[in-house]
Design a protein around this ligand. Sequence first.
Ligand code: ATP
Ligand code: MG
Length: 172
Amino acid sequence: TPISLAQFCRQLVEEVQLTTSTHTIVFCAHNQCPNGCLDQQLLRHILTNLLTNAIKYSPESSLVQFDLICESQKVIFRIQDQGIGIPANEQPELFNSFFRASNVGSISGTGLGLSIVKKAVDLHGGQIEVESRLGEGTTFTVKLPYSGCRLSDKDKLVSLHPSTTATAPLLN
Ligand code: ATP
Ligand code: MG
């Protein structure tokens, strides 16, 4: 069954928040979204990876801010952390398979998450951008165009019907 995009994101935040007691994810849906559809599996994959990275690469007790902004033609997801950041000269390599930045220290990982996220975003006809300062934090912005809804895809889709709670920030 289709659900609102804000509600979908809120549920995802609740799931990821359950995996950590040391970080707080703050979700904010800024405005109402027009009708449209997005693939729930792909969206879940993209957002879970970005939220998990934000937690993994930032210190205990820090905040992860997750913003949902709807424009007339596209949806914008912004995930911002107060973590270790990514060295500027290494940022062009970020979406390459097995890339891990030089400042990860003892934080473990395979370096595959973001390369797969990039493929999922491309499949959606979207864009992903990063803005990061070493030792200050990182912001990932994902922009996805609305796609048409096909009835046969019903189970895969997130409806973008306006949510009545669209402006209420959720504190976990
Ligand atoms: P995994 O495959 O388990 O996700 P990973 O987290 O190392 O492992 P990616 O998610 O692809 O792999 O990220 C690649 C690299 O980019 C990371 O190793 C890290 O150096 C850097 N990185 C990704 N997200 C962040 C972030 N939010 N803050 C700082 N560095 C990050
Ligand atoms: Mg990762």
